[in-house]
Design a binder for this molecule. Structure first.
Ligand code: TYM
Length: 329
């Protein structure tokens, strides 16, 4: 059976980008693949959370994973820092990752630009840690959104390089996976860019209906179409992309037609999107509330995941050490 690995940084609640870019595919894949879904708490240290925030955020993502439908009986759900073998593999892969190629990645350059006072070495080697997460379980497929495409390309590069260096087809070269479709990018509500945690432009699975309506009604639009079949501006194209994720096809067609005939009222479009998001998130939010108070269940899930993830990781580390040439005396 093929293996799947994917992770999410615990830097707040899950938003619709996380759900439609990743979690939605996790739900399908856990039925048919050997899945490892983890919470990337080592990765989140690049932004220096306080100890209390770190634990609270990990717990929240775990609760939301479960509320969204990840099943600990089907998939291995674990916390990245419960697997220190990942840190060892990162150290080993680092010897073979070049500073120049790491400096050239888009996400590193963006971080340097947006946060010049915190250009730490963890940010630079972020793709190496991500590669370790993936290849430690010899993943075949990695369900992620479009924003992680380059990181996955780096993973493929590091795995291939290791295999060449030691002349041993050891690591599987993983493929990005989005259910046979193109990788998706859920846009933010501010008219440009992706939905993200840091940008304050996200709708969260845990948001109340009132918050969702308020956020969607404030989304950026334009002055409206002035001629038939006008091309969509970026903010309007973004609203339609969001609609594609949450609304029925005939609803989307209706609003597209209204746009094409210049009859569209953006207020109505937003109301429809808001109601469809509320209908979609309502059951998840109810489950979030129920699972959040069940500390025993959460502990059980984490321990079970840790044990299963360890089995696979320790085997890989043992074999990698041997391939590299660490030998017992
Ligand atoms: P993170 O935590 O930023 O996002 C988690 C997942 O959500 C997807 N995603 C999106 N998809 C579509 N549209 C968006 N606006 C959007 N925002 C987020 C991401 O593609 C991702 O799948 N580096 C990773 C975490 C990670 C990881 C891994 C993932 C660490 N190790 C190993 C896969 C495999 C990250 O920061 O994702």
């Amino acid at each position: 059976m093929e293996t799947v690995v994917s992770g999410i940084r615990p830097t707040g609640n899950l938003h619709l980008g996380n759900y439609f870019g990743a979690v939605k595919n996790f739900l399908k894949m856990q039925e048919d693949y050997n899945c490892y879904f983890f919470i990337a708490d080592y990765h989140s240290l690049t932004t220096h959370p306080t100890p209390a925030d770190l634990h609270g955020n990990v717990r929240q993502v775990l609760v939301e994973y479960l509320a969204a439908g990840l099943d600990p009986e089907k998939a291995t759900i674990y916390i990245q820092s419960d697997l220190p073998e990942v840190a060892e593999l990162t150290l080993l892969l680092n010897m073979n990752a070049y500073v120049g190629e790491l400096q050239r990645t888009t996400s590193f350059k963006e971080k340097v630009r947006s946060n010049p006072n915190n250009v730490n070495a963890g940010l630079l080697t972020y793709p190496v840690l991500m590669a370790s997460d993936i290849i430690i379980h010899k993943a075949h497929k990695v369900p992620v959104g479009k924003d992680q495409e380059q990181n996955l390309e780096m993973t493929r590069k590091f795995a291939t390089r290791f295999n060449h260096m030691y002349n041993h087809e050891y690591f599987t070269i993983p493929e990005p996976f989005n259910n046979g479709e193109a990788l998706i990018k859920i846009p933010g509500l501010d008219g440009s860019g992706k939905m993200g945690k840091s940008d304050g432009n996200g709708i969260y699975l845990a948001d109340s209906p009132k918050e969702i309506r308020k956020k969607v009604m404030k989304a950026v639009t334009d002055a409206g179409p002035t001629e038939q079949n006008a091309p969509l501006s970026e903010p309007i194209a973004n609203l339609f992309t969001l609609m594609t994720a949450v609304s029925q096809p005939d609803t989307i067609d209706y609003f597209k037609e209204q746009y094409a005939n210049c009859n569209i009222r953006y207020g109505d479009l937003k109301k429809q999107i808001a109601e469809d998001i509320v209908a979609f998130t309502n059951p998840i939010r109810e489950k979030i509330e129920a699972i959040a108070s069940d500390a025993d269940y959460l502990r059980k899930v984490v321990n079970m995941g840790k044990e299963k993830a360890h089995e696979s990781a320790t085997k890989t580390i043992r074999e990698v050490r041997e391939i590299i040439g660490f030998k017992p005396f």
